[in-house]
Design a protein around this ligand. Structure first.
Ligand code: PLP
Length: 468
């Protein structure tokens, strides 16, 4: 399997190179050259597979030629043995023809574990084969940082530096990062806000001498391997909800569009999907796009669902490329407009295609709290703020009630205890493996909001670790 860039001007790469490269050199995102396909008979046979066997079946065509099947199996086994259930992602019935897919059974209680536990091991495998080392740098406002740290901890080939804004992440989120005391994990609390963290990371990548010297890499959702690992649970849930005998619908609380794009890939690969619903908070760029046909960035506002507080949905580029029948020229025109003017428009024909498949709804914090309270009173099921937006959007925008609707629950309610308590009146308990989180020792380097300070800290740390 080979990979091409959405922008059409970067070299075609194999899976292992795409894994380590991240963003393509032409600024685009990598996608497989062709979509593997499963027919109805294949899908029926896949219904009885365990989550792990299904993961191998779905991902094998994407790594063909780069990773041996036996190695893929071992990586999948390792990744999903860290989940608190063999099912990995249990499907729970919520209402009539309405299901919640629980994606928060991994070590850090958010769906990002499903992809990052896999990615960390895949990195390790490829780096070991090449006798290579990697320095990972990332900025986080919450979930990504802890999931990446858990995925990379104690891996000899990887040093990981995660920056969070000092004092501006929730206590659960901070402790999930700073209580990991592994020697290769380095938490930086930057004296600035999230944008300062993100800009510092961008500056590190723009510093090409530094980037090459320390073998800098990223773990954000532009990495194809993350999307690939997420495709699996769309098949898993879709087959359990009745596919291929019936089409299914999915509702996804959306930020960067990575998660929902993985569902689109599953559809491309043969899963019958009749509708995708986008759930947004007040940062509603995608909902405005559906309404107007114009993608237009605005400032970010802080909400009770912080993992969806984004300005631009970077993975939407992949979706657009597919809806444009892979026309890189048309895509480049839109992206150039976006860079120059902060917005772009698409054709009415494009919007017709999109609206035949995608709908969406936005919810402010008060509406989100009401959904949590209503669902808890009606069924005793406790949702987190992100998953609540998924449920709200599914109920507001469902096209056909005879089609099973699967709502992706992206975080455990105990990750956002204050918002959940205020909405439902009950305090969500942390699962057993995190019950002592508030007693654990923390380690954390506070640094001034200065590029030189961060770069210097990374260099000194790598030297002390014998990695430079
Ligand atoms: C990251 C995240 C999202 C958004 O996922 P995208 O792939 O960026 O659309 C939603 N909910 C939670 C809990 C998250 O951590």
């Amino acid at each position: 399997m080979k990979y091409i860039s959405t922008r059409g001007k970067a070299p075609t790469l194999s899976f292992d190179d795409v894994l380590l490269t991240g963003l393509a050199r032409d600024g685009g995102l990598y996608l497989p050259e062709t979509w593997p396909h499963f027919g109805a008979a294949d899908l029926t046979a896949m219904k009885t597979l365990s989550y792990r066997d299904l993961a191998v079946k779905v991902m094998a065509p994407f790594v063909e030629g780069a990773v041996d099947l036996e190695d893929l199996k071992a990586i999948v086994d390792g990744a999903y043995s860290c989940f608190d259930t063999d099912e990995v992602a249990p499907l729970v019935k919520l209402g009539e023809n309405e299901y919640v897919l629980e994606l928060f059974h991994g070590p850090t209680l958010a769906f990002k574990d499903v992809a990052l536990q896999f990615l960390g091991r895949m990195f390790d495998h490829v780096l070991t084969k090449r006798s290579a080392k990697l320095t990972i740098a990332g900025a986080t406002s919450g979930d990504t940082g802890s999931a990446a740290i858990e995925a990379c901890r104690d891996r000899d080939n990887i040093e990981i530096f995660i920056m969070h804004p000092n004092g501006l992440v929730s206590e659960v989120q901070r402790r999930q990062m700073t209580t990991v005391l592994s020697d290769n994990v380095h938490n930086i609390a930057l004296e600035g806000n999230f944008d300062d963290c993100q800009n510092t990371v961008k500056d590190l990548f723009a510093d090409t001498e530094f980037r090459d010297r320390v073998h800098l890499s990223a773990v954000n959702s532009i990495n194809w391997a993350r999307i690939m690992a997420q495709v699996v649970y769309y098949f898993w849930a879709g087959l359990k909800a009745g596919a291929p005998d019936t089409p299914v619908a999915f509702s996804v609380p959306t930020g960067n569009f990575g998660n929902i794009f993985a569902g689109f890939v599953a559809m491309k690969m043969g899963l019958p999907v009749s509708q995708f619903v986008i759930g947004s908070n007040a940062n509603d760029i995608l909902i405005r796009f559906i309404e107007s046909g114009r993608m237009e960035a605005r400032g970010v506002v802080a909400t009770s669902s912080p993992s969806m507080d984004i300005q631009i949905s970077s993975n939407f580029e992949r979706f657009m490329f597919e809806l444009l029948d892979r026309d890189s020229d048309a895509l480049n025109t839109a992206m150039a407009d976006f860079k120059a003017k902060g917005s772009y428009a698409v054709t009415p024909a494009f919007m017709d295609t999109l609206k035949g498949l995608v709908d969406g709804e936005r919810f402010d914090d008060a509406a989100t709290a009401k959904i949590i309270g209503d669902v808890y009173r009606e069924s005793g099921y406790l949702l987190d703020t992100h998953s609540a937006i998924g449920v709200g959007a599914a109920r507001a925008r469902r096209w056909d009630t005879s089609v099973p609707m699967v709502i992706l629950a992206t975080a455990h309610p105990a990750k956002f205890p204050d918002a959940v308590k205020a909405a439902a009146g009950v305090h969500p308990e942390l699962p057993a493996h995190l019950a002592d989180l508030y007693q654990r020792e923390e380690r954390n380097q506070i640094l001034p909001n200065s590029y030189e300070a961060v770069k210097g800290y990374i260099e000194r740390t790598l030297q002390a670790r014998g990695k430079l």
